[in-house]
Write a protein that binds this ligand. Structure first.
Ligand SMILES: O=C[C@H](O)[C@H](O)[C@H](O)COP(=O)(O)O
Length: 143
């Protein structure tokens, strides 16, 4: 798929997500000329809304700013996800077309797993989710 990607900073987590996108065979588009988060969020949003990209992935310190900026573009449904279940739910229930990630609060492997689930749109088995395991065995946390 064609994935529009931009981040306002670079670290091990942004590098891991970019490497994953390339290794998974996606065409990675870099529509943002700026590393200022309102501008790059909007640039990725426009790439998706205009059909240049199938999905977008935006990253900033919290993920919130780029999500807001992308969501100001008509036709964009950007979701801030910090867990695979939330990422899959954003596709399934919200038809999200842009994933926003925190580059400061997601370990590289977690960010890659979330991105993979978002792009596949497949809900992970709760029994295989480390986060769900931490929530305990309470039924209210299962879906
Ligand atoms: O939502 C905003 C993001 O977390 C930014 O990455 C963070 O605010 C840092 O941006 P700046 O370098 O503009 O302060």
């Amino acid at each position: 798929m064609r994935i529009a990607f931009a981040a306002d900073d670079r670290n091990a987590t942004t590098d891991a997500v970019q490497a994953y996108l390339a290794e998974a065979g996606h065409e990675v588009l870099r529509p943002a000329a700026s590393d200022v988060w309102p501008e790059l969020g909007a640039a990725v949003g426009r790439a998706v809304a205009q059909g240049e990209a199938d999905f977008g992935v935006v990253m900033c310190w919290t993920g919130t700013g780029t999500a807001i900026a992308a969501n100001k573009v008509p036709g964009v449904r950007a979701a801030l996800a910090w867990d695979t279940w939330i990422a899959a739910g954003a596709r399934k229930w919200n038809d999200a077309n842009v994933l926003a990630l925190s580059l400061k609060r997601l370990a590289p492997d977690v960010a890659v797993e979330i991105t993979d689930v978002f792009l596949s749109g497949v809900l992970p088995d709760p029994d295989e989710s480390a986060n769900i395991a931490r929530l305990g065995e309470l039924d209210e946390f299962r879906h």
